[in-house]
Design a protein around this ligand. Structure first.
Ligand code: R5P
Length: 311
């Protein structure tokens, strides 16, 4: 189960107590600054450049010896470059004498290659987990990881936080009429439930029912959405295919206003335009990936999780 820091029962306990600083990765500059602000600790912007042959140069121009260093870096597109930067930052911090290194990877790239789908494939996320650990992370924090089982790849303490309560709080400000928070499939139902709980909205998921060998009916499992405002909630919106299909179904069923909300706005290519063209009023996302749809910050849950590890 992901940890909901808004729920005090879900507190983790890790002892530390050292001076702290946040190092910003280039994919998470705004978020790193918000986390540092929330933790009331210094923010370090590393010096970075690219060598003529394309290799990355990084320098942490600050004393980190004996400190608790929090590296914030999402590994979204360009995933490979962002991963390399993360590894260099973790390794440099450790090597420079940091007492504890926390890797905050709000969006963990390669999470969808978590299995060997065809013989011979690399299980890429497993490789990334090994490298994060080997580079020097003493613990890892991520947010709404695609599959909870991925966390088991880490031997270091690793925590999956959730942004769903924060998204739910934002939704509560939209003055929705008779709202329904809807998961596009059963797998995302836990997200819809958690977001809906923040403003006592109904929640449900889209269910596929096979009618005949050629006919499939797709609709909300329990609820009638006619005349109601609906928010489709998912962990990731990538190509937008899942959300667009859900919008079409909801429109046919008479939903009033439709919103799309997610933790990670991957939004490849023209996904945003296509989702809005399909009929979504807005896309509401967090800053695990910094994008124009990132209207909710996950900084409070990250800061709280780091703080709970440093009483
Ligand atoms: C699937 O398991 C995920 O929760 C998302 O529904 C999926 O990754 C969304 O992808 P897309 O936007 O490409 O349909």
């Amino acid at each position: 189960m992901p940890i909901d820091i808004l729920n005090p029962l879900a507190k983790r306990v890790v002892a530390s107590g050292d001076a702290m600083l946040v190092i910003s990765g280039s994919a998470s500059r705004k978020l790193a600054s918000r986390v540092a602000q929330a933790l009331r600790c210094p923010l370090v912007e590393p010096e970075r450049s690219t060598f003529p042959d394309g290799e990355s140069y990084l320098r942490i121009d600050r004393e980190v010896k004996g400190e608790h260093v929090v590296v914030v870096q999402s590994t979204c597109r360009p995933a490979n470059d962002n991963y390399i930067e993360l590894f260099l930052l973790l390794d440099a911090a450790k090597d420079l004498g940091a007492k504890q290194v926390t890797a905050v990877v709000p969006y963990l790239g390669y999470a969808r290659q978590d299995k060997r789908f065809k013989p011979g494939e690399a299980v890429s996320v497993r490789t990334m987990c090994k490298l994060i650990e080997r580079a020097g992370a003493d613990e890892l924090l991520t947010v709404d990881i695609h599959e909870e089982e991925i966390m088991a790849n880490f031997a270091i303490p690793a925590y999956n936080l959730t942004a769903m309560s924060l998204l739910g709080r934002h939704l509560s400000t939209l003055e929705l009429r008779d709202p329904v928070v809807l998961a596009p499939d059963q797998g995302a139902l836990r997200h819809a439930r958690r977001a809906a709980a923040e403003f006592m909205a109904d929640h449900d998921y889209l269910e596929k029912t096979r009618l005949t060998s050629t006919k499939v009916k797709v609709g909300p499992k329990r609820l009638n959405v006619a005349g109601r405002d609906v928010v489709i909630v998912d962990d990731i919106i990538s190509t937008g295919g899942t959300v667009i299909e859900a919008i079409r179904i909801l429109k046919r069923q008479g939903a009033r206003r439709i919103y799309a909300a997610c933790t990670h706005p991957v939004l490849v290519g023209d996904a945003m335009r296509r989702i809005l063209a399909a009929g979504a009023r807005a896309i509401i996302a967090t800053d695990t990936i910094e994008h124009k749809t990132s209207v909710v910050s996950v900084a409070p849950v990250i800061a709280e999780a780091v703080r709970q590890g440093s009483p």
